[in-house]
Design a protein around this ligand. Sequence first.
Ligand code: PMP
Length: 458
Amino acid sequence: RGVINNRTGGAALDNLIELDKKHFLHPTTSIQQQQEQGVKLLAESGQGIYLKDRDGKTYIDAMSSLWNVHIGHGREELADTAAAQMKKLAFSSAFSSFSHEPGIRLAEKIAKLAPEDLNAVFFTSGGSESNDSAIKLVRHYWKIQGKPNRRKIVALKRGYHGVASASTSATGIPEFWEMAGHMKDDFFHAATPYRSTTQEAIACLREKFESEGPDTIAAFMAEPIQGAGGVLIPQDDYFTEVRKLCDEYGILFIADEVITGFGRTGTMFGLQNWEVVPDVITFAKGVTSGYIPLGGVVVSDAIHNVLKQKSKGTLFHGFTYSGHPTAAAVGLKNIELIEKEGLVENSRKMGGKLLEGFKRIKDDLEIVGEVRAKGLLGAVELMKNPETNESFSKEQKVAPRVIEELHQRGVICRSVTYESTDIICFAPPLIINERQVEEIIDHLYQSISAVQEQLKAL
Ligand code: PMP
């Protein structure tokens, strides 16, 4: 035992990398690549928008890690809140009507922030659990109203809703189904409003509702802005039309606000950009800025009333950590800081600066196609011919090359290369300032220029 402790405790970098290969099965990672190339970045500490690795190299975390570190790294307020809550009551149950103040207060706070009559919150530990819970809740809602046939979920192609059972099936990126299958009898996907008009996208959705049979559909589920699909921002009237269509067919609308919630897009929730009110909101990530796992589902009074009246007493759905008191206390503190520091407004303002910077790069570099941002959720598309939307071939690995250039320069971003696209995504912490936005833009300019030159030399 002493020998093992000595070995791991004083482990040199090489040893850690070997141990990582041997024992750490990484999520959403090429395991083969991990074995061949080892760790890509061994994070050691974080402060503000910056991360430091074990070698002391500093990176700008331009993705807020996994779109979630809204208030930035190294915030002692959250660490202190967690420590104080853990000392007082680290954990207790929320099953069988047990409760505790942090859970009650956070539910109340989220109900206040959510639009209109979305007032009841079911807690989970993350986005996938939230989406699976939302799907079960809406099916339960229909069943206790005597409509058990309303089970199907219609979602969008390129959508990402997580990796639990139902959320994998709702995800519209087939690679996620290939691993262990998906529930194709109950999940369907309509075209996403990307490179199409609202009219075309809505016509496709209507066609899906009609062909599946509206009275067999429980809900339509979508992200206000598709994140993992490549930061796809719909036309301004898209969700107004979605709301109308769902109402026409009596289909519930679940907004997956896991990325877009808590100020990411310049409003508290993403759909508020277009003043559209869904029936259900799912959230996670930004609710605690990633300091501790937490997610949840907010349902409308109409849904809550049905659950109250007719559910025969028990909701047979609950996680041990539904409403974890320490996570709830951290969530409350995090939201308090988002409000106190005006981070939703900062997201809107700095998002504007980010977009201006993207536009300057587009004016200057010929391989830059569409650029877009809503708050601090943005993307730059790279194209062989932006005039005709002609893509690069996959073999040219254009977006991955840009990501690698950025990485070398100390900026962490993410690329999406799905369906012949080369998209560079950005979601920096909401505390970012103008100088730091310019830093990202400078590095992005240098990185795309370098790749443009490499392509010419090929
Ligand atoms: N929904 C969306 C829109 C997401 O982006 C994600 C995660 N990236 C999820 C759901 C799943 O969340 P989690 O990874 O916390 O399960």
